[in-house]
Design a protein around this ligand. Structure first.
Ligand SMILES: [Zn+2]
Ligand SMILES: [Zn+2]
Length: 322
């Protein structure tokens, strides 16, 4: 089906305005509310009680309170900055440049930079909804109704796609969330044990600490699994979409090697940027423009993954369309 065809209803829908749908903010409100609730329970029922423990005077408890607070505050501030940046930073789109424009008559002939991924037919990949040739690793998001550079996945919790320009903030968001949730989970155990052992503990205090621990446990578990998965994917130079394609190969041979694997250091630089000083800070840009990608096997001809109709081709030689 060609772009703009009357038979294709999705092609007729205009590109979605960023933040145009109020209901899509609900997951963000939910996350912020859960985080605020957890932080306020932690501070009021644990940290401040440790710091102000005076009867009997307990200097060691006060020191623990100040130490935990000095980790909690910067981790939470960084977490919030990463969350805001995940929401606001666009992951990247195909430029509005005539050279990326797809015209049906062009078929495989284009002025767009050469790509390594092509369709099974040998044609250049293009998006029928955006009417553009797709750069490598670019995919169309049906929620955002646009093509996203180096698309990882669409995340409703940030009302945004995760892609080339905001993947770093997404990973750091998981990282600082994991630090925060584990800090709360393990250090608040002390207050939990204390309130269980003291029979005069008010019911509200006991309830809040129990509730906070359960919330911290659930969030820590979820965030740790996601962080572990994304660190593994990042170390191998894979996106979530590429991983899913490789998980269900049509030829039955699973292979989680990426043609874009630059080695662990190269893969980290590709996400966190060239300057190591900024790796753990929500600053800086990833390496590259998200349109072209270096691979160590760029000039070899072989199936990239044998799935989803995407294959590699000899760089520089566009096969004739069929
Ligand atoms: Zn598209
Ligand atoms: Zn999206």
């Amino acid at each position: 089906m060609e772009p703009g065809s009357l038979l294709d209803p999705e092609a007729l829908q205009p590109r979605r305005e960023r933040f145009g749908e109020k209901l899509k903010f609900l997951p963000i409100v939910y996350v912020v509310a859960a985080k605020l609730m957890l932080a306020s329970i932690y501070l009021s029922q644990h940290i401040f009680k440790l710091i102000s423990r005076q009867e009997p005077w307990d200097a060691a408890a006060q020191l623990r309170g100040w130490t935990q607070l000095s980790i909690f505050v910067p981790a939470t501030v960084l977490l919030l900055i990463c969350y805001v940046r995940c929401i606001l930073v666009h992951p990247g789109e195909i430029p509005d440049d005539p050279k990326w424009e797809y015209l049906p008559r062009d078929r495989g002939v284009t002025m767009a930079p050469l790509s390594q991924e092509v369709k099974r037919t040998g044609e250049r990949r293009h998006c029928k909804w955006c009417g553009k040739f797709k750069p490598d690793r670019c995919h169309h998001c049906r929620v955002c109704r646009t093509c996203i550079l180096k698309m990882d996945h669409h995340c409703p919790w940030i009302y945004n796609c995760v892609g080339h320009y905001n993947y770093k903030f997404f990973i750091l968001l998981l990282f600082y969330s994991a630090i925060d949730c584990h800090l709360i989970l393990w250090t608040m155990m002390e207050s939990l044990i204390r309130c269980i052992s003291l029979p005069q503990t008010p019911f509200e205090e006991m309830f809040l600490i129990f509730f906070g621990e359960i919330l911290a446990f659930v969030m820590a578990a979820l965030v740790s699994v996601f962080l572990g998965m994304h660190l593994w994917l990042m170390a191998r130079g894979l996106t979530t979409i590429e991983f899913c394609e490789k998980s269900l190969p049509k030829d039955g041979n699973r292979n989680f090697n990426s043609v874009y694997d630059l080695g662990i250091l190269g893969n980290l630089r590709a996400v966190f940027g060239a300057n190591v000083v900024f790796w753990f800070l929500p600053l800086g840009l990833p390496e590259g423009d998200g349109l072209t990608f270096i691979s160590d096997e760029t000039c070899l001809t072989k199936d990239m993954d044998g799935t989803n109709g995407i294959r590699r081709q000899i760089l520089g030689a566009l096969p004739p369309s069929q």
